[in-house]
Design a protein around this ligand. Sequence first.
Ligand SMILES: Nc1ncnc2c1ncn2[C@@H]1O[C@H](COP(=O)(O)OP(=O)(O)OP(=O)(O)O)[C@@H](O)[C@H]1O
Length: 222
Amino acid sequence: MIQLKNIERYFSNGNVKNYVLRYITADIKKGDFVSIMGPSGAGKSTLLNIIGMLEEPTAGEYYFMETPVHTLSEKQRIALYRTHIGFVFQAYHLLDDLTIYENLETPLMYQNVKASERKARVAEILDRFNMVAKKDLFPAQLSGGQQQLVGIARALIARPQLILADEPTGNLQSKQADEIMHLFQKLNQEEKVTIIQVTHSEKNATYGNRILQLMDGEFMDE
Ligand SMILES: Nc1ncnc2c1ncn2[C@@H]1O[C@H](COP(=O)(O)OP(=O)(O)OP(=O)(O)O)[C@@H](O)[C@H]1O
């Protein structure tokens, strides 16, 4: 599903190149559940953002479902990730001025799903996440854990083939964190959704089937 070939990302500081990522080569298959681990500053979030097409590498080749992402225009990249990728961020990234219902509906509007279908899909996901009673509230009226669940529901509503999660349980209590990891495991095993998560947690990594260890911007041997 994902092939990275010699991906590099550096920031220029005068004439000096500060490498955040270098020699990144990896092959991630459909159905994998990958944990990207490594110390703070190792480049984990940068790598996830590159895989999510939110950031561009400074060199290297990236193929997503056989499409050479490195050759696409920004507009083409946006269309590609909106169709196939669901993002879950630690800081929720919910839209504060929209209700829970409207937050969930937004990705479907990007995909031009028609109104009746949108209504049915939002109702279905609210039900699945036990959030029907919260649908008209705003994000600030929910607890952190509930907001994170809405963030995950929003990532799933467009039925992505790939979920990218950056510290998905970072702000949560351990019970809620376990619930979210169980949900990811279920999606991965039963619905064959490919998952890539950045995590500091050894426990969270045990839910996946593969660990990519980053150190100073480079992979350590698997
Ligand atoms: N715009 C930028 N300009 C310069 N350096 C940057 C920029 N963005 C990121 N970096 C550097 O890239 C390095 C990797 O950052 P990144 O957020 O990917 O690390 P991380 O492994 O996710 O860390 P953490 O676990 O602390 O979140 C850091 O040293 C950071 O300072």
